[in-house]
Design a protein around this ligand. Structure first.
Ligand code: SAM
Ligand code: FES
Length: 341
């Protein structure tokens, strides 16, 4: 494997077949190399993003997602502008300098309403980054939100393979449109994050190798990869959890592909293994995203079963996260944490 890892570090990509070989790597050497690269570029710094899950209404019906439209068991909620501003205020005082506004595709939040919220956050927190993660929209809508002050956008591509995408989403959704959105966002000037779940129904190493090649082509600033976790009220409730070791291999490969990349160690990783977020950091991830949503709504943003961190106040979440990072020799920093090329 050493020669493949050297090649990946030097050339920042591999062939489809080589990616597949590296994805199957069983030993810890890949993880160690990725950890060293992460340390070389970021030291022991971990960036913090405050996640504000502001709506769980969604018009989409992705087969794997707990807040899909057809899940009639989901108790729906929306945060008001005032509640969102309150989350930012709490977050700012706790040291957050990035706010991530995430939600389902909720028609209530028109461009006018969202631009107003973004502009208010931008005016009050000029030293903070505003990240949106609100799904597929038109170019003009992305542009208006960017002009209102949003600077980053997270939109996982979910799977780069069109046929695989079609097996996981209703007909009217397409991988082509999702990728087009990512290219639009890049063109407008957002720092962009794509990504995918590991272990989704029908996923093979061939698909993951395609994902890695798509990531190489898009050249995003952030990539979010976490395990798939079934949700009991979805059509894929009986499927298996995503594999921890494979998820760690992918995070390590991403770190070696782009040493500057912003890579979160996800809540889903912390859900399938109590030490999952630490393990993610130890293979090169450099971002954690504690929850800033009001405790009263946390359990309602239920994307998958057994989701962690749904009961604590933001202050408790951040001190738990600080402790966890310090235990493995890393420190959370008060910084915006922009991508640096
Ligand atoms: N609506 C926005 C979008 O489509 O990007 C953001 C919200 S969506 C719930 C955020 C991400 O959650 C998805 O991109 C997906 O990768 C992840 N997700 C959904 N269901 C999941 C599950 N069952 N297990 C793990 N992750 C899941
Ligand atoms: Fe819309 Fe998951 S189906 S956020």
């Amino acid at each position: 494997m050493k020669d493949l890892i050297d090649k990946l570090e030097n050339e920042r990509t591999l062939s489809h077949t080589e990616f597949k070989r590296l994805l199957s790597c069983e030993d810890d050497y890949l993880h160690e190399r990725a950890r060293e690269t992460g340390k070389r570029f970021f030291g022991n710094k971990i960036f913090l993003r405050g996640l504000i899950e502001f709506t769980n209404y969604c018009k989409n019906n992705c087969y794997y997602c707990g807040i899909r439209y057809a899940n009639k068991n989901a108790e729906r909620y929306r945060l008001t502008k005032e509640q969102i501003m309150q989350c930012c205020e709490t977050g700012y005082s706790l040291g957050f300098r990035t706010f991530v506004l995430q939600g389902g595709e909720d028609g209530y939040y028109t461009d006018d309403i969202l631009c107003d919220i973004v502009a208010k956050i931008r005016a009050k927190y000029p030293d903070c980054a505003i990240t949106l993660s609100i799904g597929e929209r038109e170019y003009e809508s992305y542009k208006r939100l960017f002009d209102a002050g949003a600077d980053r956008y997270l939109l996982r591509h979910e799977t780069a393979n069109d046929a695989h995408y079609k097996t996981l989403h209703p007909d009217k959704m397409s991988s082509e449109n999702r990728k087009k959105c990512l290219w639009d966002l890049k063109k407008i000037g957002y720092q962009v994050g794509c990504g995918f779940m590991v272990g989704l129904l029908g996923q093979t190493l061939e698909h993951i190798a395609e994902d890695l090649l798509f990531i190489k082509e898009l050249d995003p600033e952030m990539v979010g990869v976490g395990p798939f976790i079934p949700h009991s009220s979805t059509p894929v409730s009986k499927e298996k959890l995503g594999d921890l070791h494979l998820t760690l291999n992918i995070l390590a490969i991403l770190r070696l592909m782009n040493p500057n990349l912003l890579i979160p160690s996800t809540t889903a990783l912390g859900t399938i293994d109590n030490d999952g977020r630490e393990l993610g950091i130890l293979v090169g991830a450099n971002v954690v995203m504690p929850n800033l949503s009001p405790v009263g709504v946390r359990k309602k943003y239920f994307l998958y079963d057994n989701k962690i961190c749904t009961g604590e106040e933001a202050a408790e979440c951040i001190s738990c996260m600080k402790r966890r990072m310090e235990n493995i020799g890393y420190n959370i920093v008060v910084a915006k944490g922009d991508y640096v090329d």
